[in-house]
Design a protein around this ligand. Structure first.
Ligand SMILES: C[S@@+](CC[C@H](N)C(=O)[O-])C[C@H]1O[C@@H](n2cnc3c(N)ncnc32)[C@H](O)[C@@H]1O
Length: 141
């Protein structure tokens, strides 16, 4: 994760187990704020982060990202946003809306967003019985 510099604040949306937050901390971020809406997963992330001795570098915030406030939950706007809230065909968990909202309110100018893009590929396929199927796949990077 070369995007992270020692002076960077990293914000993660939907930390789950805390894996990306821990990778960001190990990559050298000044501090990582890991946001998780689910209370049980917040507790799990906190436990795993402590077990990995990264609890001084990572703060887990039990909130929906849209409820996070700069100056209250995080001290200043973040330099890097990481997230893995990709649902079915990328957008099933409203990733675009959450990342876009976060970019407007929580990111410093020029901040790095990971992943920065995604694509969907759809194709129609005919069967021997004359029925049509829609095949689809997606990726982000
Ligand atoms: C696919 S899981 C992420 C797993 C995580 N990357 C990991 O390694 O464990 C998505 C997680 O994001 C959380 N989530 C989704 N959208 C969110 C949002 N806008 N704010 C906070 N948490 C969110 C969900 O509760 C869920 O735990």
């Amino acid at each position: 994760m070369q995007a992270v510099k020692p002076t960077d604040i990293v914000l993660e949306i939907g930390t789950g187990s805390g894996l990306l937050a821990m990778m960001s901390a190990q990559a050298g971020a000044e501090h990582v704020y890991a946001v998780e809406a689910n209370r049980d997963l917040t507790a799990l992330a906190q436990k795993l982060i402590k077990q990995n001795d990264l609890d001084k570098k990572i703060t887990v915030i039990n909130k929906l990202s849209t409820h996070v406030k700069v100056g209250e939950d995080i001290p200043r706007k973040a330099n890097v946003l990481v997230s893995e809230i990709l649902g079915t065909l990328l957008l099933g968990e409203s990733a675009l809306a959450f990342v876009s909202e976060c970019r407007q309110r929580h990111l410093a100018p020029g901040a790095t967003i990971i992943p920065a893009a995604g694509s969907q590929v759809n194709c129609a396929r005919g069967s021997a019985k004359g029925r049509w199927f829609l095949g689809a796949c997606a990726n982000a990077g």
